[in-house]
Design a protein around this ligand. Structure first.
Ligand code: ATR
Length: 264
């Protein structure tokens, strides 16, 4: 039985096992997908197990997306550009790190039919998934990518990688077509970002990377003001599907049944 893992800390919230095990079963693959909470000091041992094929592949989540890089033999172009790895696999005895968050985000936005080309995008937050979102928005030809974060030093770091970013002070709300909540605020019900978004004209596109809960206050408020909203569920599913394709060589189906798996 082949074994796959998602690693992170915390890891309890991760729905990757539900999703991957559902697709594994659907496609009659002899494998199992588990989640594992790790400390940094456990990484070395994990990579030994991958090298020995005790573990066939792994997804990586917060806070290890950057830290795992030093254990890898090779990075894909996307992982290299974002310094962020969410999918690990073995190829010709080399451990490769790839980033499927980028395609996950692009595919999710394509599903919504929102055309990023020429649009002004405002990102709130500078955590683990943000480099992938920026890279994806650049590939989709956003005209301007603006970013703010409570801790300004983190956006300054991002600007070292993505030199065209426009940094906004925390509290400054620029003109935009699409706004993305990439902070962890909203993961716990009733949390609210302390930014005043009430003066934004309606008919903007509000996107929240969070998908559990389904509707954060960020989306709830935006909707009540007449904006278009979308949560991160499809991004999560698309990044998982891309990882599944790498590991098993099969493009898994994304349909209503799959969407329901995550509601359980
Ligand atoms: P990590 O920072 O370890 O990558 P993350 O969950 O990917 O973790 O990122 C958390 C993001 O949510 C960060 O942008 C964080 O802002 P700071 O860099 O200032 O910590 C943001 N965040 C978390 N709690 C917040 C809060 N109460 N208000 C505003 N931003 C918050």
């Amino acid at each position: 039985m082949k074994k796959y893992l998602v690693i992170g800390n915390p890891i309890n919230h991760s729905q990757s096992p539900q999703l991957h095990n559902f697709w594994i079963k659907k496609n009659n693959i002899k494998a199992v997908f588990e989640k594992q909470k790790l400390e940094s000091s456990d990484l070395k041992n994990l990579f030994l197990k991958i090298k020995n094929k005790e573990i066939e592949g792994a997804n990586v989540t917060i806070p290890f997306k950057n830290e795992v890089i030093s254990y890898l033999d090779e990075l894909s172009h996307e992982a290299e550009e974002t310094r962020s790895v969410n999918t690990i696999y073995l190829k010709d005895k080399k451990i490769i790190g790839h980033n499927t968050d980028i395609d996950g985000f692009s595919s999710a936005i394509q599903d919504t039919k929102f055309n990023v080309n020429g649009k002004k995008i405002f990102i709130i937050g500078a955590g683990g998934v943000v480099p992938s979102i920026i890279f994806s928005l650049m590939k989709m030809n956003a005209s301007n990518i603006m970013i703010t974060n409570r801790t300004i030093a983190k956006v300054k770091k991002l600007k070292e990688i993505f030199v065209n970013l426009t940094i906004c002070e925390w509290g400054e709300i620029p003109q935009f077509d699409m706004i993305i909540n990439a902070t962890s605020v909203g993961l716990n019900n009733n949390e609210e970002i302390n930014l005043d978004l009430s003066k934004i004209e309606n008919e903007k596109f509000f996107y929240d990377v969070i998908y559990n809960p389904k509707e954060t206050n960020f989306l709830k408020n935006a909707k009540s003001m007449g904006n278009r909203v979308e949560n991160g569920k499809r991004m999560f599913i698309h990044q998982a599907a891309a990882a599944f394709k790498i590991w098993h060589g099969i493009q898994p189906e994304i349909n209503d049944e799959v969407l329901k798996v995550l509601d359980q």
